[in-house]
Design a binder for this molecule. Structure first.
Ligand code: NAD
Length: 309
């Protein structure tokens, strides 16, 4: 199989999904960005007299993500063709589009069961020849499609973009045990040549390569800060600007990643390794999990280690 990728469906319109869709549009690939149907009305929707069945409400999450993209895309990258290349809607009403695309990318929350349920749904509309991938930060690729048919498993792999996906060059490709090697090779060439990424092939081990190392580093930093009473500002100063790397500051990075996502990513390694000493390093501290319980998710919720101005 070596079909050219011209159309994609990106499922999940959060930080990563919307950024991936924007990157695809920038390189000339049309895509449909999909998300769930909201469960509640906003104050503005209530004032307008909308019900939960109103199309503006049903499509709000993905269309809202596109509106945000429009604001955050530099004018040099945002033109009429860019805008025409991305459409948006809710997954429930637009599932049939899956059968029209060459590539489906799953970019929903970092939770195995949610991803499995979604991929089972995708398979119902999937046509052989369509590649399906997950942007998971570290959940087992093979486990995600364990209940799917052999041909679907052969077409499935991990394509792990980094945040922000339009600007970060690294991309990990993770084959599952059943992935067709021809598809792995095709995606490697496509991600390098068309998406302009620096591709690293990784094994399907918990959190692959970058997040196994990166999560460890961030958690050790956090644990040492709590033990020694360092401040957030001190740690960010020495891990960011003072190193000449203004964007690598620990807590700014965690706020950008999303604290909820980071806890899921740490939990995934914790649950999937047996060595007790190594396990301890991946235990998310209570200070972090209580921030998440309070709804402090980082930039996306307005409050994380920093308050978003
Ligand atoms: P996010 O919380 O910003 O967005 C997740 C989106 O998925 C939300 O809009 C949510 O409504 C939607 N969603 C949830 N269930 C869904 C379903 N069943 N169908 C359709 N949409 C659904 O999360 P994110 O940061 O964009 O992360 C998405 C994926 O990318 C995760 O697997 C995460 O681990 C991975 N990832 C995240 C980062 C990062 O820095 N945030 C980096 C690399 C990879």
């Amino acid at each position: 199989m070596n079909k050219t990728i011209r159309k994609a469906a990106v499922i999940g319109s959060g930080i990563m999904g919307s950024g991936i869709a924007a990157h695809l549009a920038n390189v000339g690939i049309s895509c449909i960005l999909l998300d769930v149907v909201p469960k509640n009305l906003t104050d503005e929707e209530t004032q307008k007299g909308y019900s939960l069945e109103h199309p503006a409400v049903r499509n709000r999450l993905a269309t809202g993500a596109i509106a945000k993209l429009r604001k955050s895309t530099p004018s040099s990258l945002y033109d009429d063709t860019f805008a025409e290349r991305i459409t948006a809607g809710n997954l429930e009403d637009h599932l049939s589009h899956i059968s029209e695309v060459d590539w489906v990318i799953e970019v929903v929350v970092e939770n195995l069961q949610v991803k499995k349920d979604l991929l089972n749904k995708v398979e119902r509309y999937w046509k052989p020849g369509t590649i399906v991938s997950s942007n998971t930060s570290g959940i087992s690729i093979q486990e995600m499609v364990a209940d799917c048919s052999e041909p679907f498993q052969a077409s499935f792999l991990g394509t792990h973009f980094f945040n922000p996906p339009r600007y970060m060059k690294l991309l990990e490709i993770i084959p599952g045990t059943k992935t067709d090697p021809g598809i792995v090779q095709q995606m490697k060439v496509f991600c390098q040549n068309v998406l302009g990424k620096g591709v690293v092939l990784a094994k399907d081990t918990p959190n692959f390569i970058a997040n196994r190392i990166g999560t460890y580093g961030l958690l050790i930093t956090l644990q040492e800060m709590l033990k020694n009473g360092f401040t957030i500002e001190e740690v960010d100063a020495v891990t960011g600007p003072a190193l000449g790397r203004p964007k690598s500051a620990t807590f700014r990075t965690l706020d950008m990643v999303g604290l909820d996502t980071f806890v899921h990513v740490a939990d995934n390694v914790y649950a999937n390794i047996t060595d007790e000493t190594e396990k301890a390093a991946f235990a998310a501290p209570d200070a972090l999990t209580s921030m998440v319980a309070r709804g402090w998710f980082g930039e996306k919720s307005g409050q994380g280690f920093y308050l978003k101005k």
